[in-house]
Design a protein around this ligand. Sequence first.
Ligand code: BDR
Ligand code: CA
Length: 312
Amino acid sequence: MTRKIIIDTDPGQDDAVAILLALASPEEIEVMGITAVAGNVPLALTQKNARIVCELAGRRDIRVFAGCDKPLAHTLVTAEHVHGKTGLDGIALPEPTMPLQDTHAVEFLIETLRQEPSGTVTLCPLGPLTNIATAFRTAPDIIPRVQEIVLMGGAYFEVGNITPAAEFNIYVDPEAAEIVFKSGVPLTVMPLDVTHKVLTTRPRIEAIRDLGTDVGHAVAQWTDFFERFDMEKYGHDGAPLHDPCVIAYLIRPGLFSGRHVNVEIETMSPLTRGMTVADWWGVTDRPRNAMFMGEVDAQGFYDLLTGRLARL
Ligand code: BDR
Ligand code: CA
């Protein structure tokens, strides 16, 4: 059955690949809209990048909405050191001509969740959780109407990437993350523990480049760009391709495994702000609020991704 989703995103090359994977998978996924948030780069760029990616996929019909331009309680932290000045460095793509929707992303989220039958819309956040938390705070009636939230964020064994203790998406807006993790909506989390296993090795990226399409070329150029930073940092053979794990999970959940555990967000400590404190070993009796993934069939993931990108 097709699953209706809203992608909430801050493109970002890996966000872009996630959007492409979703648009290439109409049997499993119906993209109701894309909501942009400030994160990897400021909002003016993330909303534009989302439209660039839709146009690359030949999908000018997808509605893109601009959302929050800063986190709930702190100043925005961005990641140009990873993604480049535009957020999509690696290849120069045309300026988008498809329009940005007039409606604010938060309003779109609220309206859609109120209009659609309860329990039929899945939210897929790929960036800081500001838009989702703002929607939940503004219209708490929508919370029980969400089918599931499948998000990229956090870490347990891998601990952090933007600080020693925190993953970028959660670190940028921990107050928003706290609202989402305490919301009671069924959560599936793709933390660094999973995404750091999904590495852009040479053969995997060459297989995508060899598709010989504009999309294959763009994806290979993007990963070539951002993997330099991560390969130097981690010393791995390739870089993590974080956000497409969310979409791959919707298509082939069996690629991933994890544990249903309690996850709390640290918002107070300056040292560990944004940390996802996951009770992986079940040492507390705190309520289980998230399916926290830990393992992935990485080659299965790349086979799926490459096969789907070949359709675009
Ligand atoms: C997350 O942060 C961003 O840089 C990526 O797009 C991904 O969503 C990884 O920590
Ligand atoms: Ca992202």
